[in-house]
Design a protein around this ligand. Structure first.
Ligand code: HT9
Ligand code: FE2
Length: 353
């Protein structure tokens, strides 16, 4: 259970991580998929996607840029004494190494900003596990260390506003003509994982409900009535159901219905990392061209001033020891917000590799 009170003295910006050079690609993918039942053929494919971009994921650079912008934003709010550190789940700098450095620098009360808006195992609980694991990896961990994870932010007005700003810019790129269809996309997850995630009393499905709710809210903000929510980047064996439709299948269906123009908004992702640039800017964009559809990919919100202001707002809400400790996704030292939330799914042995 989280305890209020004392102020926090540093921020850990906690993200997914990605390779910085070709030799990193395999070990990175092994870190991501260890024990997760992703077939080896899928890993070979994904390795090719990274190698296509020189073995470098844009995610680390984008996170470092966001950290610089956040530092400037906090400075401008008179919070210039608050250091921000960077750590990742799957690649260097790894969260455990960063935490050791933070502790050596004298920090004991640390706010953790995870780069995911969402509930669910991958978007929320796994970040709690990262925190727990990082704490477990530090030799001689002082007893008074507190890492408080900031809550899920998909319902925040400024998050939705930042995405809406990007959608407006994307829609403005179409010349006069037929109204483009607005399509929101987020990372697919196994159906079983979606059902298991979120308070059981609410029927689980926290992740897909949040993605749909945020998409509907953004569509409302930009004044669009007709929009779709679809999924991308599925992995796992084909016989295991994941959230669908897939973005590419959906483009084919829209085309068959006579839709000529689409604006695709990757609401599920904070920045233009590999799954956005490969699956949307390469695969989906190529398919749209093949089908003769006009295709605009809406920018991700993360690098925008408004998104960075949202992160600063979250930090300020909690940094003095206040803030809602019962908010979904908030928890101390890897302790989750409530016992039945975002439970990991036990995979049947047949789907493990
Ligand atoms: C919900 C969700 C988010 C959004 C929330 C958040 O942002 O945290 C997200 C983000 C990301 N996913 C990323 C990369 C990968 N995800 C994979 C695999 C998987 N993702 C899953 C879900 C999610 N993933 C799932 C259910 C799997 C199957 C394996 C498992 O059950 O865990 C694999 C393995 C190969 C493959 O299967 O595709 C890779 C390489 C990157 C970094 C990209 C870069 O390098 O720029 C980012 C930001
Ligand atoms: Fe992923």
């Amino acid at each position: 259970m989280a305890s209020a009170g004392a102020p926090f003295d540093a921020v850990l910006f906690l993200s997914f991580g990605g390779p910085d050079k070709p030799a990193d690609v395999r070990p990175f993918l092994e870190n991501v998929t260890r024990g997760r039942g992703v077939p080896p053929e899928r890993l070979d494919d994904v390795a090719q996607h990274y190698l296509h971009f020189g073995g470098v994921s844009p995610i680390n650079r984008l996170n470092l840029d966001m950290i610089d912008a956040l530092r400037a934003e906090l400075d401008s709010r008179g919070r210039d004494g608050l250091p921000i550190y960077f750590g990742n789940r799957n690649w260097h700098p790894l969260a455990g190494d960063t935490l050791a450095e933070m502790i050596a620098d004298g920090h004991r009360r640390i706010l953790v900003f995870p780069t995911s808006a969402w509930g669910g195992y991958s978007g929320c609980r796994q970040y709690h596990e990262d925190i727990e694991k990082a704490l477990g990896s530090v030799d001689g961990l002082p007893a008074d260390v507190v890492l408080r994870k900031l809550p899920q932010f998909s319902e925040e007005t400024e998050f939705r506003g930042a995405v809406a700003d990007a959608v407006r810019v994307g829609l403005a790129r179409f010349a006069d003509g037929p109204v483009p269809r607005l399509v929101f996309t987020a990372h697919s997850i196994p159906e079983s994982a979606d059902r298991a995630a979120g308070p059981a009393a609410d029927g689980g499905r926290l992740y897909s409900r949040q993605v749909r709710a945020a998409s509907a809210a953004v569509a409302g903000l930009v004044g669009v009535d007709e929009f779709d929510v679809v999924w991308q980047s599925r992995s796992g064996p084909p016989q295991v159901p994941w959230l669908d439709p897939d973005i590419c299948d959906h483009l084919r269906a829209l085309h068959a219905d006579g839709v000529q123009r689409v604006a695709v908004c990757p609401i599920g992702f904070v920045s233009d990392h590999l799954e956005v640039v490969w699956d949307l800017d390469s695969e989906a964009a190529d398919l749209a061209e093949e089908l003769g559809m006009d295709y605009v990919r809406v920018a991700t919100a993360g690098p925008s001033r408004r998104f960075v202001a949202l992160v600063a707002d979250l930090v300020e809400r909690y940094v003095d020891g206040g803030g809602d400790l019962t908010a979904m996704g908030c928890g101390d030292n890897g302790g989750i917000c409530r016992p039945d939330c975002c439970v990991p799914v036990r995979r049947p042995a047949s789907t493990r590799v």
